[in-house]
Design a protein. Structure first.
Length: 500
C-alpha cells in the first residue's frame, strides 16, 4: 500500500536527471531567452538550431511565453508572422525582438547575443494600432547613449536645463550617483524627436528614476520645478557656479574659497592670502573672452591656423577637428583638435614645435603642456576611465577678427579686433588615431556609455587608446571609428548623432 508513492518519487527523480542530461550546457546569457518559430523552418532544423544555441550558452524556450525576449524565424512572411504573434496574447509584444535568422547566425558566429540592428528585424507591416489611438514607439529607446541617435536639436531644453542644474548641484556636493542620474536622464530626453507634453510619454523611457520623474511632473504641471528654483537661488550653488566658471578653478578650489567666506571675484582678487596659480591668473585675465561661446566660424579659423602651423613643421601631418564642433554644434566652450603624423615617435615632439611657432607669431596667451606618457606595456590600464596618456596641451590663443569669416563672436562695441579662445590639442600616434578621434569627439555622456556598454555587454575595455577583448585576451585593431563600432557589435553612429 505504501509502495506506490515511493515508485512515483523515484520516477520523478529519474525524469529530472533525464532533463539534465539533455541540457547539460551552462547558461551564459541569462537576460536573453530565444524562441525559434518552427513554421517554415521545419522541425528538424529547429531542433538542430536549438541544440547549437544551447551548446553556446543561450537559453532557448520550447514554448512562446512572456519570458521570451527574442523571437527568431526563418523564411517567414512578415505579415503572417506578425498576424500569428499578435494572436499569441503576449503581455508586451512591442518589447520582444522579432528577428530574422540573420541575427541568430551572427550571434552563433560571435558566440554571444549580438546587438539587434535594423537589418535583423522582421518589420511589422500593418499598423499595430487603429487610427486615433496612441502608438507605442516602434523602436525601444536604449539605456545606452551609444545606441541612440542624438543630433544637435534638443526639443526638451526646459527639462534638460533643469536636470543640468540638479546634476551640477550634486556635483558640487560630491554626490556622484545623483549627479550621473540627472545627466543620464537629460541625455535620454535629448534623443527624443519632439517636446514631451505629458507624463505618459516618458513613462517607459530608460534612466528616468523617481527623482527625475518628480522634476518632469512639476515642470509639466506648473511650468517649473520648485526644487530646481530653490537650487538656483541657493547662495552656495550660485557662488560655486561663478567660481568654477573661471578657467583653472575646479569644484575643490571653489569650495575652499566659499568656505573662507568669499562670494565674488572682487573678494578673491583682493584677498592677500590667496595665491592664484598661473592657469587661474590667465583665467581671470581673459575671463570675458573665455566665458563667451566660440562660434563655428571661429573654430574653423583656428583649425586653419593650426593646419598651417603643423604643415610648416612637417609636410605629412594630419589634423582633425573633434569635440562639439565635429558633432555639428554651432557654439562651443573651446576648440578640440587632434594632430598627428605617420612618422613614428614624431607625435611626441610635434606639440612643443607648434607651441613655439605660436609664441613666435605672438598669438600664444597661455600653454599648459603635458608630455606623452603613452606606453603599450601599460595597457590595458586599470584606470580605464582616466585621462588619456597622449601628448596634449591646453592653450589660450589670440584670434584676430580678420582671420574669421563674418568676424568675431562679440558685440560690435566690444570688438578690439581680437579675442582669446581656449584650444585643446592632442597628439596620439597615428595607429591610435581612430580611438583618440572617437574619444575626443564626445559627448561626455556618449563616451561614458560607450565604455559601460563595452564593459557590461561585451566584456571589453575601451578608452582613448584602445579596445581590449577580455574574453579573447587581445587588443582589437582599428583604423577608423567604424571599425570600433563593428568590434563592439554596435550600429555606426555618425558624429553629429552623438550629442547625447
Ligand atoms: P570638451 O570638454 O571640449 O567637450 O571635450 P565638448 O563636447 O567639445 O563641448 P564644448 O562645446 O567644448 O563645451 C570633448 C571631448 O574630449 C574628451 C572629453 O571626454 C569629451 O568627450 N576629452 C577631453 C578627453 O578624452 N581627454 C581630455 O583630456 C579632454
Ligand atoms: Mn570642446
Amino acid at each position: 500500500m505504501f509502495q506506490a508513492p515511493i515508485v512515483l518519487r523515484v520516477r520523478k527523480r529519474q525524469k529530472l536527471v533525464e532533463d539534465k542530461v539533455s541540457r547539460p550546457e551552462k547558461v551564459k546569457f541569462q537576460d536573453v531567452r530565444l524562441y525559434l518559430v518552427e513554421r517554415k523552418m521545419g522541425n528538424s532544423r529547429r531542433s538542430f538550431l536549438t541544440q547549437l544555441a544551447r551548446s553556446k550558452g543561450f537559453i532557448v524556450e520550447d514554448v512562446l511565453s512572456d519570458t521570451v525576449t527574442h523571437v527568431v524565424s526563418e523564411n517567414s512572411q512578415a505579415l503572417s508572422l506578425w498576424t500569428w504573434l499578435k494572436g499569441c496574447d503576449l503581455k508586451d509584444l512591442p518589447s520582444v525582438h522579432v528577428l530574422d535568422i540573420s541575427w541568430f547566425t551572427d550571434s552563433m558566429r560571435e558566440g554571444r547575443p549580438v546587438a539587434v540592428e535594423t537589418r535583423h528585424l522582421v518589420q511589422d507591416t500593418v499598423p499595430a494600432f487603429p487610427e486615433g489611438s496612441t502608438p507605442t514607439p516602434e523602436v525601444k529607446v536604449s539605456r545606452y547613449a551609444c545606441q541612440r541617435r542624438t543630433n544637435t536639436e534638443n526639443y526638451n531644453t526646459t527639462f534638460t536645463d533643469a536636470f543640468e542644474v540638479m546634476a551640477q548641484s550634486y556635483e558640487f556636493s560630491e554626490i556622484e550617483g545623483s549627479c550621473l542620474a540627472f545627466r543620464r536622464a537629460a541625455s535620454v530626453l535629448k534623443s527624443l524627436p519632439s517636446v514631451v507634453r505629458c507624463l505618459g510619454e516618458v513613462q517607459d523611457l530608460p534612466c528616468l528614476g523617481e527623482h527625475t520623474m518628480a522634476v518632469i511632473e512639476d515642470i509639466l504641471q506648473y511650468g517649473h520645478s520648485f526644487e530646481v528654483e530653490k537650487t538656483l537661488s541657493d547662495e552656495r550653488y550660485q557662488t560655486l557656479k561663478l567660481f568654477t566658471s573661471v578657467f583653472g578653478v575646479g569644484p575643490k578650489t571653489a569650495e575652499r574659497w566659499y568656505r573662507r567666506g568669499l562670494r565674488s571675484f572682487g573678494g578673491i582678487l583682493t584677498d592677500p592670502s590667496i595665491q592664484l596659480n598661473q592657469m587661474q591668473q590667465t583665467g581671470f585675465l581673459h575671463y570675458e573672452d573665455i566665458s563667451r561661446a566660440v562660434s563655428k566660424a571661429e573654430a574653423r579659423a583656428l583649425g586653419n591656423i593650426i593646419d598651417e602651423a603643423v604643415h610648416a613643421i612637417t609636410s605629412d601631418a594630419i589634423t582633425a577637428l573633434t569635440g562639439g564642433f565635429r558633432r555639428g554644434k554651432e557654439f562651443g566652450h573651446d576648440v578640440d583638435i587632434i594632430v598627428t603624423t605617420p612618422e613614428p615617435g614624431r607625435e611626441r615632439t610635434l606639440l612643443p614645435d607648434i607651441v613655439d611657432r605660436f609664441k613666435q607669431q605672438g598669438i600664444l596667451l597661455y600653454c599648459d603642456y603635458q608630455a606623452s606618457t603613452f606606453e603599450w606595456s601599460k595597457l590595458p590600464s586599470l584606470k580605464f576611465e582616466a585621462m588619456d596618456q597622449f601628448a596634449k596641451c591646453f592653450l589660450i590663443l589670440r584670434l584676430k577678427a580678420s582671420k574669421v569669416e563674418g568676424g568675431l563672436n562679440c558685440a560690435e562695441e566690444d570688438d578690439r579686433g581680437w579675442r582669446a579662445v581656449r584650444v585643446d590639442l592632442v597628439s596620439p600616434p597615428l595607429d591610435r588615431f581612430a580611438y583618440a578621434l572617437l574619444g575626443w569627439t564626445g559627448s561626455r555622456q556618449f563616451e561614458r556609455d560607450l565604455r559601460s556598454f563595452a564593459r557590461l555587454e561585451r566584456r571589453m575595455l575601451l578608452d582613448n587608446h584602445t579596445l581590449y577583448d577580455k574574453t579573447k585576451n587581445k587588443f582589437l585593431a582599428a583604423t577608423t571609428e567604424k571599425d570600433i563600432f563593428a568590434h563592439l557589435g554596435l550600429e555606426y553612429i555618425e558624429p553629429w548623432q552623438r550629442n547625447a
